[in-house]
Design a protein around this ligand. Structure first.
Ligand SMILES: *Cc1c(COP(=O)(O)O)cnc(C)c1O
Length: 348
């Protein structure tokens, strides 16, 4: 049986030509293509500049280093997110302060953040999960450095302004399953050139007069060329995602599931289409797989469970009920039909 995967990149002839040009040029590592990709991303988001790195994880690590977050400092982050965020906090030897989420948007709860702020708090990491912008207005009122995690939200807007332009820093990922891809890749954007200069300095280790621990976090021109080509398709990518989402909203309206929120003051790009089911999630996952549709838990395991922490009622409730239904521009019409039929069958 042919399985419809949970995600698949959307690549075309234009993408492969862009990569081939770099191959033929002989300049493979970081060079002019990386610089061009950075400039285009900064323009799109509306910030002065950007620094490309080799993953979203590297971007998070460097964002914390640039803010001077270190041993004993507190960094607030939501539980319902991948462990890349926890890794970055641990990498700078800060204390992760994991908080609960909002049940409707799946994003960090600003009320839960307020309860945890103290004089040790040095930063808040704010993922815009599944393409839905977090409550930026409330979060900015804390007057603490915000790191927007836009790994799933390239092209989303909040109050008509792109996410990634609101925080002190913003990180993006271009991993193979993300909104646009370079295979692996990431970027840090900021309104502050000073912070970006620090990040640019920390991205490469070679040819320095003074020693300080630096990593090789660079992106290659091969990846950047693919990124530039993919970025040129972003409006079509988002339009396609929203079109499929509208169809799912319509088709799932009569089923015993709760469809994602779509709020007026922000645009959801539907990086993921996450519904809350009534039945047992494990059974639904198994049943849909046997019908040839790979649905997933959108977050593999909440952070508070890795850390054996209690008191995360919203995260626990969402984790037990959230099902991610395939949604991506590379889906063909007959695949979308099959996904809808499968959801009806397994959930209806
Ligand atoms: C994918 C992802 C990351 C990590 O990015 P990598 O490029 O895989 O290191 C971080 N945060 C979020 C919300 C992600 O979805």
């Amino acid at each position: 049986m042919v399985i419809i995967p949970h995600s698949r990149p959307w690549l075309d002839e234009h993408d492969s030509q862009a990569v081939q040009e770099v191959l033929h040029s002989g300049q493979l590592a970081q060079g002019s293509k990386v610089r061009e990709f950075e400039t285009r991303m900064a323009q799109l988001i509306g910030v002065p500049d950007a620094v490309a790195v080799h993953s979203g994880s590297a971007a998070l690590h460097l964002a914390l280093l640039a803010l001077g977050v270190g041993e004993g400092d507190h960094v607030i982050l939501p539980s319902y997110v991948c462990s890349a965020l926890l890794n970055a906090v641990n990498a700078v030897r800060a204390v992760p302060i994991v908080v609960d989420i909002d049940r409707e948007t799946f994003n960090i709860s600003s009320k839960a953040v307020a309860d945890k702020i103290c004089e040790k708090t040095k930063a808040i990491i704010v993922p815009h999960l599944f393409g839905m912008p977090a409550d930026l207005e409330a979060l900015r009122r804390f007057n603490l450095p915000l790191i927007e995690d836009c790994a799933q939200a390239l092209g989303s807007t909040y109050q008509n302004r792109p996410v990634g332009s609101w925080g002190t820093l913003a990180v993006f990922s271009f991993y193979a399953t993300k909104v646009i891809t370079t295979g692996e890749g990431g970027m840090v954007l900021s309104q502050s050139r000073e912070l970006l200069d620090k990040i640019r300095d920390l991205r490469a280790y070679d040819n320095r007069t003074e020693y300080r621990m630096r990593f090789n976090y660079k992106m290659t021109d091969l990846q950047a060329a693919l990124g530039i080509s993919q970025l040129s398709k972003l409006p079509r990518i988002i339009q396609r995602r929203r079109t499929i989402a509208r169809r799912y909203f319509r088709e799932f309206a009569q089923l015993p599931v709760r469809c994602p929120a779509d709020l007026l003051d922000r645009t959801h790009i539907f990086y993921r289409f996450v519904v809350k089911v009534r039945g047992r999630l494990a059974n639904i996952l198994k049943e849909s797989a046997s019908q040839g549709v790979q649905c997933q838990r959108p977050v593999f395991r909440p952070l508070h469970r890795y850390l054996n922490l209690q008191g995360f009622p919203a995260t626990d409730a969402v984790y037990q009920k959230a099902l991610s239904v395939p949604i991506y521009p590379a889906l063909r019409e007959e695949e979308i039909d099959k996904i809808i039929a499968c959801v009806r069958e397994t959930i209806g």
